[in-house]
Design a protein around this ligand. Structure first.
Ligand SMILES: Nc1nc2c(ncn2[C@@H]2O[C@H](COP(=O)(O)OP(=O)(O)O)[C@@H](O)[C@H]2O)c(=O)[nH]1
Ligand SMILES: [Mg+2]
Length: 317
């Protein structure tokens, strides 16, 4: 086993940080490292927190951290910001109390931004979760900005997902329409100290009423995260949701679905890499491009031609 993985399993924060950097930067040794890490994963419970920028996700994470630490749970926090090309503390580290938590040996906080593609960010997030899982965290909180498809992909790696809305936003219904409805296991109306929270709660409930045939109706909680109000109820709901998933067999189901997706993705990733490695070595890709540009060939047959030239079909036995 590689030293870095040994150190991780022995509880080294430095090893955890370095491993996350390696998955984030698509280090060439990443695959072997993840292979060694994998047998030590599967214990952590992953909670996703999503919502518009400024809705109070980080403040809520901060409060939940305190709550969880008071129960002596070991917690990892990953902040994912697809709009940032940087990582290492940008969206979470700016919060003073968060920095205090960062001094706690049993809390590990890390921000991640897009180095490469958004798809890459979702994968890096999943891999960072694996690292923190093997590191021994009981709970991993994943904060993601926004409600786009990439965030939905990131959220799919969570066991329970919390969607944060605010009364002032006025965009709550819109947010729900943007496909967030399906991924929310719990709604939190934060900034409940501001006017209009009843309306937002009513809107969410109306939406939920229209959604039929669900074994779990997402609860709607109100919080004032800057004052720590309503956090206990949120924590209760999260634990209830976890119990529901475990007792109904749904947790097994969603984790199996996740494995299915990951295996598919891995196979596609390997095949794709293999193809491009060979294409780079053996084929004048550019000359094919020129042919297509000049209408001497079409991209459809060119793709076949390419695969034939690298003997993609011939080496499958
Ligand atoms: N009035 C009020 N402001 C809040 C509340 N929670 C967070 N904020 C403020 O909203 C801003 C954004 O909070 P933050 O947690 O960084 O939001 P994030 O972008 O979703 O992570 C900060 O200035 C917070 O102080 C709340 O419950 N009430
Ligand atoms: Mg934040």
């Amino acid at each position: 086993m590689q030293q870095l993985v040994k150190d991780l399993l022995a509880g080294s924060r430095r090893a955890a940080a370095r491993l996350i950097s390696q998955v984030e930067n698509d280090d060439p040794h990443k695959r072997e490292l993840l292979m060694e890490i994998f047998p030590h994963t599967g214990r952590a419970y992953v909670i996703g927190i999503t919502g518009a920028p400024g809705s109070g996700k980080s403040s809520l994470v901060d409060c939940l951290l305190q709550q969880m630490r008071s129960e002596d749970l070991k917690v990892g926090v990953i902040g994912v910001d697809p709009t940032s090309p940087f990582s290492g503390g940008a969206i979470l580290g700016d919060r003073i109390r968060m920095q205090e938590h960062a001094l706690d040996q049993d809390v590990f906080i890390r921000s991640m931004g897009t180095r490469g593609s958004l798809g890459g960010l979702a994968r890096a997030t999943r891999e960072a979760i694996q690292v923190l899982d093997a590191f021994g965290k009981d709970i991993i909180l994943v904060e993601t900005v926004g409600v786009g498809q990439s965030e939905v992909d990131i959220v799919k790696t969570a066991d329970s997902t919390m969607v944060v809305l605010t009364p002032a936003g006025g965009d709550s219904v819109q947010t729900i329409k943007a496909g967030i409805m399906e991924i929310a296991d719990l709604f939190v109306v934060n900034k409940a100290d501001l006017p209009g929270k009843e309306r937002t709660v009513t809107e969410i409930n109306l939406m939920l009423d229209m959604k039929e045939d669900s074994r779990w109706r997402p609860p709607v909680a109100c919080t004032v995260s800057v004052r720590g109000e309503g956090i206990e109820a949120v924590w209760q709901s999260l634990q209830e949701h976890r119990r529901f998933l475990e007792e109904s067999g749904r947790l097994q189901e969603i984790r199996r679905e996740r494995v299915r997706r990951e295996l598919t993705e891995q196979v596609e990733y390997l095949v794709k890499n293999q193809i491009w490695d060979r294409v780079k070595e053996q084929i004048e890709f550019d000359s094919l491009v020129e042919k297509i540009v000049h209408r001497r060939c079409d991209p459809y047959s060119a793709a076949y031609e390419l695969l034939e030239k690298i003997d993609f079909y011939g080496e499958t036995d």
